[in-house]
Design a protein around this ligand. Structure first.
Ligand code: AMP
Length: 188
């Protein structure tokens, strides 16, 4: 891992890969904030904030919230004092335009490290269908799940090429603890 004061770590992986769970644990472990755009949108929607109302429609349909909105909330979040030492980015960037905007925001060499949590698409789909029953997230209909998984292949997977040598592949199959250990090893 590069020797610098700020660590910006990205987690990539399909929805249902367990990326969010690992992001929260890594943030605690590395003592840097967890920055999840999906969580920020859900929270804003629950509060009835303007941003939330705007994002809610896209989320329910399994579509991406427009880049300019998403980039704006990340820029604001990373400017807060607790993110001075870095952040774990979860669910952002999801498009090439977002990745380029993030590089501009960060300056220098941009993102330090990208962990790609690899879980086969069939397993992700199964996990997400189960989550409908447990969490009841409004964007977890079977149709929205398929749309989100297809969007991932189309828009987000190409970011692996964009980040090139910064990417470390993490096998996402196994227990939460096993996958966490692999993430910790990779971020040392
Ligand atoms: P997530 O919790 O990361 O699966 O995100 C839930 C939903 O929020 C997504 O399906 C999108 O509708 C929206 N969202 C989250 N992050 C982004 C992003 N980086 N760009 C566009 N939309 C996003």
């Amino acid at each position: 891992m590069p020797d610098r004061d700020r660590l910006v770590l990205l987690l990539l992986g399909r929805q249902g890969s367990g990326k969010g769970t690992q992001a929260v644990r890594l943030a605690l472990h590395l003592q840097i904030p967890w920055v999840s755009t999906g969580e920020m949108f859900r929270q804003a929607a629950a509060e009835g904030a303007e941003l939330g109302l705007l994002a809610d429609g896209f989320m329910k349909e399994g579509k991406l919230v427009p880049d300019e909105v998403t980039i704006g909330i990340v820029r604001e979040r990373l400017a807060k004092a607790d993110a001075l030492n870095g952040a774990i980015l979860d669910g952002f960037p999801r498009t090439r335009a977002q990745a380029e905007a993030l590089d501009t925001m960060l300056g220098g060499d941009g993102v330090d490290l990208v962990l790609n949590i690899e879980v086969p698409v069939s397993v992700c789909r199964e996990r997400m269908i189960k989550r409908i029953e447990i969490e009841g997230r409004p964007d977890d209909t079977p149709e929205a799940i398929d749309r989100r998984l297809a969007l991932y292949e189309d828009q987000t997977e190409p970011l692996l090429d964009y980040y090139g040598e910064k990417v470390v592949e993490i096998d996402g199959l196994g227990s939460i603890d096993e996958v966490f250990l692999r993430c910790v090893k990779a971020s040392r």
